[in-house]
Design a binder for this molecule. Structure first.
Ligand code: ADP
Length: 487
């Protein structure tokens, strides 16, 4: 049995701002099948404290980054949780990273140094009768954990640093150094210094025993300047420790046969039933019932996601006979652009600004196309939900999108392997052409239906990837990689 602490600032269904939460929420159950037991360490946000069942105090940390802290262990959202109850850091409503003014909390460095430090302390045996084998650190918020392990008093736990998005790095002024409680050698050995300041993710990437990211293509991309965002040099040096392990999805929560958020259930044998969901969507987004492909987006509205480009081609999408529905929020300019498109094209374009988990399921279950025109995409989950729900993905050929969707070029259609539409480069022109191509494919009923069915049958579960993580842990611990039993 391998004991892992998953160190993260989000985990679905307790607290979520993006794909990270889906991963940390689903991976523990998938790992259980491989003799890996996971406990999830989370900041005690109100949403986490509120969901904790049977929480009991397992440690006290009287001087925890400026206030009293303690660790509570219990169950929550189907996970084994260790929550850091430190109200001075985490007892704030809303989004975990930004205040009501939409700006980062000024003490984020302290909040996530705290998360990282607590993980390190657990690794050192802070909890009675619990000595984890692996500290699995997710994204920059947990980036200091491997550095504490490397430079403070030693622990026997191995560290894994997983990058879910290298654009978010946790960069701060050097002046915080003395408050991080990290041994001075961390400064001497340039382990946490980053462009004159401190980099949380950099620290993790430099010091962790193993590095992973969430798709094989992204693992290649981030070693180069176009996608590495300043960390490519370090990743080249540590390339032999870096692997790409594709994300899966929770196929029980995301199952069109049982999903309670759908109006109509269906399977790959009854795809025509999706019509009921499509109709409900049309009502919700104010669309008319003319035929034609319904394109959809469920996303943060940002430059990364390429949705500024979608604003530019919205008119062409409608001209090609399509309709467009968008659920999301983000950059004001993109929001305004989409609202403008909805005004120009009543009955054809609908925009719901906000975050709405149930509606995101209905979109997957009713729209025809899931549009993901990202400029970069570490893995991407909405195209995986799309595959599973018969909402054909239209994606740019980057990162995990390239690894999960097979383009419907004529050869692939002939060979019966296509699962979506893939375009490159991520430009307005290429996106426009891809939308037109999708509309033409949609018109070929049989081809389209086959593509939907193939996607629905493809394996998007955690099974294969959980096995890869389990093997990685075993390798780090010097165990036989292929043995799934106690060894
Ligand atoms: P990222 O983590 O970069 O935002 P991913 O595709 O990896 O992108 O994961 C996004 C997750 O957040 C998916 O589960 C998606 O369904 C969900 N999501 C994004 N925007 C919304 C929204 N406005 N409402 C509901 N769910 C959303």
């Amino acid at each position: 049995m391998i004991d892992v602490v998953s160190v993260a600032s989000e985990a679905h269904p307790l607290i979520k701002t993006g794909g990270l939460a889906d991963v940390t929420g689903a991976l523990p159950a998938a790992l259980a099948a491989h003799d890996v037991t996971v406990r999830t360490l989370l900041p005690g946000y109100p949403a986490v404290m509120g969901a904790l069942e049977g929480g009991r105090v397992v440690a006290e940390m009287p001087d925890f980054f400026g206030g009293f802290g303690r660790l509570l262990a219990g169950r929550g959202g189907g996970l084994d949780i260790i929550a850091i109850d430190a109200p001075h850091l985490y007892d704030r409503p809303g989004n975990p990273y930004v205040g009501p003014d939409r700006k980062d909390w000024p003490d984020n460095w302290k909040r996530f140094a705290g998360l990282s430090f607590a993980a390190y302390e657990i690794g050192r045996g802070l909890l009675e009768n619990y000595r984890p084998d692996v500290l699995h650190c997710h994204d920059w918020q947990a980036g200091l954990t491997p550095a504490y392990v490397a430079f403070n008093a030693p622990t026997r736990a191995k560290t894994v640093m997983t990058v879910h998005n290298i654009a978010f790095q946790g960069r701060y002024e050097w002046s915080i150094f003395n408050d991080l409680r990290i041994d001075f050698r961390a400064a001497q050995e340039n382990a946490i210094e980053y462009f004159g300041g401190i980099g949380f993710l950099k620290a993790g990437l430099q010091t962790a025993d193993a590095l992973t990211t969430v798709s094989p293509t992204y693992a290649l991309e981030i070693k180069g300047p176009a996608y590495g965002m300043g960390l490519e040099g370090l990743l080249q040096v540590r390339a032999e420790h870096l692997t790409g392990i594709l994300n899966g999805i929770d196929i029980h929560e995301w199952d069109p046969m049982t999903d309670l958020k759908l109006v109509q259930h269906y399977s790959h044998n009854s795809i025509e039933q999706r019509a009921g969901n499509r109709q409900a969507l049309a009502q919700r987004f104010g669309l008319d019932d003319a035929p034609g492909p319904m394109f959809s987006v469920v996303s943060r509205l940002t430059w990364q996601k390429g949705l500024d480009m979608l604003v530019e081609v919205a008119d062409d999408l409608v001209a090609a006979g399509g309709k467009l529905i968008v659920l999301g929020s983000g950059d004001a300019e993109i929001e305004n652009g989409l609202a403008g498109a909805a005004m120009r094209h009543p009955g054809k374009v609908g925009f719901v600004r906000g975050y709405d988990e149930p509606l995101s399921h209905l979109i997957q279950g009713g729209a025809d196309v899931m549009l993901v025109p990202s400029r970069f995409e570490p893995c991407g989950l909405t195209q995986l939900y799309g595959l599973r729900y018969g909402c054909v993905p239209l994606v740019s050929r980057v990162g995990g999108l390239a690894d999960t969707v097979i383009d419907a070029n004529e050869a692939a259609v002939e060979a019966g392997v296509a699962t979506g539409i893939v375009f490159a480069p991520a430009t307005v022109e290429a996106l426009r052409e891809a939308i037109r191509r999708t509309a033409r494919l949609y018109g070929r009923d049989k081809v389209w239906r086959k593509m939907q069915r193939r996607g629905m049958k493809s394996d998007v579960s955690w099974e294969l990837s959980a096995e890869k993580y389990a093997k990685l842990y075993r390798r780090l611990l010097g165990m036989n990689e292929n043995a799934d039993s106690n060894d």
